[in-house]
Each structure stands twice: as structure tokens, then as C-alpha cells.
Ligand binder design. Sequence first.
Ligand code: 5GP
Ligand code: SF4
Ligand code: MG
Length: 468
Amino acid sequence: CGVMAIYNHPDAARMTYWGLYSLQHRGQESAGIASADGQNVNDIKGMGLVSEIFTDEVLAKLPGHMAIGHTRYSTTGDSALLNAQPISVESIRGLIAIAHNGNLVNLGNSRERLERDGAVFQTTSDSEIIIQLIAHSKASTLVDCIADSLSQVDGAFSIVMMTRNRIFAARDPHGFRPLSMGRIPGVDGAPDTFVFASETCAFDLLHAKYERDVKPGELVMVSEDGVTSRYFDTKTRQASCIFEHVYFARPDSRIFGRWVQKSREEMGRQLARESHVDADLVVPVPDSGVTAALGYAAESGIPFNLGLIRNHYVGRTFIQPEQRVRDFGVRMKLNPVRSLLEGKRVILIDDSIIRGTTSRKIVRMVRAAGATEVHLRISCPPTISPCFYGVDTPSKKDLIAANQSVAEICQFIEADTLAYLSLVGLTHSCTKGEPLHGLEPGDFCTACYTGDYPTQWVDVDEILPATT
Ligand code: 5GP
Ligand code: SF4
Ligand code: MG
């Protein structure tokens, strides 16, 4: 999912709309905006793309100088509009709206406990637990209630919240998902505007200047009195999602203190160093493989070209879970450029192999277009374990690398050779040459490649519909 918040702007809802537009890649299932004018909170949510839901007419119904927004993508078919965000809950402290990126784990019986306390849940999503915990907290001030609530939940959460006159932003103590703060300087001595977004690419369109990341375990509050910050947890080891750098985030974003472009290009370079093969052409699987393929080509000296064309009007949602429809979806989305591929030994670069069926389809497609050899290179290690922190990976039985060796996968996808980036190569790619703010290799979550989860215990049965 993508989240966005803005404080102190005359057209807060429209700015949030633009921010969400830039975060659309983080979720295309539903979107929503809640705005506040100091007195009232209004929210509008809908299914589909940000641009489909928020026309001028709709945005006009969201007045106020503050707003938060959300783009959602989920893993289940749960009644989707019901689980669209922001979610608003009435409490004795007034209305609170929340937008959440990530997935909570180890929820135990917290939902039942809250219901015994009188909570009436509106959704089936895990995100509502946070806001119900706030509404039912016995702490004395709202900030204490929020800090109290956040210290009780485990898992991944980058969240923005809004009351009728304040904005809050927080990140879980592991710092799984990104969340950055930006600022638009006030004109002629007017107060500054503050912006929060999942990725910094959202700031550019708003002319907001990146200020800093919200830190793991930090709760930031913006009110009439300015920006204040406190920590609700300082003891947990940082475990930021390395897959954000591999696939999820946009290359023009800077997350966890590092440009995604830089990491992704380095993944390609490192991949070329680790698993060289003689070939005529380096071809990315668009869009996610493009930057790594550029790195691979630069390092290997083998020419890069766009041998696969992606139809940009086919969204993620088009690819249905059903296998037959999925296969068709791949052909809708990608088409080979015969004039480039014919008679060539091709190195295909992609970001991941999940089930293997998409990859096999693509390998066949490239071969059918005349390639004499197809060598697949993957810009991260084999995905052997599901993600419980907000990325949409299937269960272990459907992860091909959890059940087959690299040689067996190579045979299944019908490639001439197959190689993955090593784990050390990956963490190195996401940290190399970062002088100041970047993370150390040990500050990343790499659980989908190792099975070593940063949270204490993950019980698959407890996972509620994912809101990534
Ligand atoms: P596969 O070969 O596993 O069917 O699909 C691999 C390709 O599809 C990659 O390009 C990957 O980005 C994308 N993909 C397919 N399924 C999933 C999924 O469940 N989660 C994620 N994150 N990516 C997927
Ligand atoms: Fe990211 Fe993988 Fe960890 Fe999930 S398990 S948070 S996808 S690194
Ligand atoms: Mg892809």
C-alpha cells in the first residue's frame, strides 16, 4: 500500500490526490482520502485507481487544510470496499482516521479482547486494530493513547493518522516499510506545509523537499504548535524490507536513506559479476527488471535493449489468480520484439520468480520470437518463504524455490541457464558506497530469502487480510 498525509495546505485533498497518484504502483485495488478543516473530518473511498475515484467533483467534497490518503492492494478477495482506507473510528477523543501500509502479526486475541471492551469493528482488516486500541486506551492524552497502542502491536506498520486538528505519522520499531517526511516552505512568512509519504517520489510532484525519514519506533505529531516527536520503542533491531529495493519502490524514490535506482543498478552489476554468461543481448522484463538490466549490461559490456514491450494499460489487478487467466494476462501485458530477439543469445533480467509460471511464459515467449538461447538472471536470491509484513507472496507450497532446486527451476521455466543474486550480493548492493544515512547490511529484513523472520513468532493462521 501507499500512504500520504499533508498538514497546512489550502487544497490538502488535491495535494493528497497528487501524492497518491505517484504512489499508485504500491496498490491499485482501492484508494481513499480523508480531509479535515479543524472541525469536521470527511472521507471518500472507492475501488480502482486514484484517477478513477477522485474527479474534481469528488475532491470538492473534501475541504480542509489537512488530509491523509491511501492506495491499497490486498491478497484476499475480501469485500474490498469495506476494507478500503482511510478507516475512521469515533472515540471519546473524537474521530480518528488511519491509513496503514504493512501487516500486523501476532494479533492473538486482541480483536476479541477489544470487542469485549465494546469495540465495534467496521472492517476485517488488521489496520483497524491499531485505531480501536487507540480508541479504547486508558491513557490520559491522545498522544499517550497512540504510543500505548503502537507499543502493543507487532509486525509492519507505516501509518499516518488524522484527527480534526492534528496529523500523526509512525513507523513500527523494525522499520519494515518506508515513510518519509517532507516540507513545502511557506511563502512570505506563512507557516510551512508538512507532508508524509510512503516514498519520496510523491514529494516531487508537490514541490515538497525531502526532510528526513520517520524513524523506526518513532511517532511524529504535527499540530498548531509545530512538529513534535517521541519514540514508543527504541530497543528493537531494525529490519527494513529489502524487497522494497528489489521490486516494490520506484527507482526515483529514496527509501531507508538510499536511492532505489542506485541499489537496483548495483544488483544488476553484482549479478553480472556473480553469474556471467556469454550472450548478445541483455533484455529486462519490464518494468521491474529495467534498472537491474541496465546495471547488468553496463558491467558485462553486453548491449541492452527493450526486447519485451509492456502494455501499460494492463494493471496488476488484471492478472487473475486462476492459472488459465493468469497465462493470458502475461501475454496481454508483455509482447516480444522479434526484430531484436531473432537469432540472439539473450540474457533476461527479472526481479523475482514466485510461482515460476510467469517466468516460464516469458522464457517461451522470447524463444518463440527467435532467441537461440535464453539465460534468466534474477536480481535477488530465491524466494523460499512467504512475507508476513505486507508483500503479496503466496504460501510456501506455491513458492517454486521453496520446493525445487535452482537446477530444477531452470528446467521448469525452460531456460538455458538460471542464476540468482546471492544474499551477500543483495545486501551489499543496497548499502554499497552509502557514506552517511544508509543502512548496514544487517539492518534489512531478508526473511523471504532466508526464512529468518525478524519478529518473534509468525502464525500463518493469525494473518488477517493483508493490506500492503
Ligand atoms: P512467476 O514466474 O513466479 O510466476 O512470476 C514472476 C514475475 O511476476 C516477476 O516479474 C514478479 O515480479 C511477478 N510476480 C508474480 N507473482 C507475484 C507475487 O505473488 N508477488 C510478487 N511480488 N510478484 C509476483
Ligand atoms: Fe520484505 Fe521479504 Fe521481509 Fe517481507 S519477508 S518484509 S518481502 S524482506
Ligand atoms: Mg516483474
